[in-house]
Design a protein around this ligand. Structure first.
Ligand SMILES: Nc1ncnc2c1ncn2[C@@H]1O[C@H](COP(=O)(O)OP(=O)(O)O)[C@@H](O)[C@H]1O
Ligand SMILES: [Mg+2]
Length: 263
């Protein structure tokens, strides 16, 4: 399909001085994070990438969970490695033509990852210098859980169009989400909204609604439990069904509406 390009105000983002050279041709940068681990950030990052790609945009996805990189597995890219030329790293291409970069593409699954916070932050800065994303409409950043070094480096160095907070409606996840929201507010990072993952598994609708109201934030979209994930890890395949393709359309409509309304 021919790729659309979206009109862009070059001044968008959080301060031009922070625009990193390797990101200069990217129109919108969306960070997907959460307070808690295991609530579905990586899954949602990929769903968002698939949805925007299906809507005709050029998309990249950057796995920033250096301690547990796993995007390649979910996109069926286990056998691909990024090409490194003249000290520049070229992201690999998924079968949908999504550009993907993950530490998992550069090291084997058996290699343990030992990394102190400062090293993770340095690695991110090195990646920012070396990865050649080229022109993209959207870059999705799949963050590690919480508000540690990588999160802080991201909000400090990367001009985010917006932050997408993933949570389940469980009280524990919401409690952690509140902490992340305060840090985003303190740092003036625009929060595009909340993704409520596995909404049909939890029966906490009132509590969740109160949380949204008290924080004055909106629900971006919600995702049900996918039984398919239990036996199929490749999300490209799971989202190929006509029912799930329709869900991708709904997601891209909601997301694009928000991105274009906010900016
Ligand atoms: N909507 C969903 N339905 C079923 N399983 C899900 C859903 N979202 C996430 N999962 C599962 O939960 C686990 C954690 O998801 P993941 O996306 O890796 O979370 P995170 O990146 O926040 O740690 C994975 O096994 C994933 O398949
Ligand atoms: Mg993850």
């Amino acid at each position: 399909m021919e790729e659309k390009t979206c009109s862009i105000n070059k001044d968008w983002g959080r301060g031009e001085t922070k625009v990193h050279f390797s990101l200069k041709d990217i129109r919108f940068i969306l960070a997907v994070g959460s307070g808690k681990g295991g609530v579905g950030k990586t899954t949602i990052s990929i769903i968002i990438a698939l949805a925007l790609k299906k809507a005709g945009y050029s998309v990249g996805i950057f796995d920033l969970d250096f301690y547990g990189p796993n995007i390649s597995l979910l996109l069926g890219l286990e056998n691909k490695t990024p090409v490194i030329e003249f000290d520049k790293i070229k992201p690999v291409l998924s079968q949908e033509n999504i550009k993907v970069m993950s530490l998992a593409l550069m090291i084997s699954e058996r290699e343990p990852i030992f990394m102190r916070g400062i090293m993770a932050s340095k690695l991110l800065q090195e990646f920012l210098q070396k990865i050649e994303w080229g022109p993209l409409d959207f870059l999705i950043l799949d963050l590690p859980p919480g508000t540690g070094d990588i999160f802080l480096t991201v909000i400090d160095l990367i001009p985010l169009t917006g932050f997408i907070l993933v949570t389940t409606p469980h009280k524990l996840a919401i409690s952690d989400a509140k902490r992340t929201i305060s840090i985003l507010k303190e740092n003036n990072v625009p929060l595009l909204g909340i993704v409520k993952n596995m909404f049909d598994f939890f029966e906490n609708e009132d509590y969740f609604q109160k949380f949204l109201n008290s924080q004055n934030i909106n629900l971006l979209f919600e995702i049900p439990v996918f039984k398919e994930f239990a036996y199929m890890e490749n999300l490209s395949i799971v989202f190929n069904s006509s029912k799930n393709q329709k869900l991708l359309d709904e997601i891209s409509n909601k997301l694009l509406d928000k991105v274009f309304r906010v900016h």
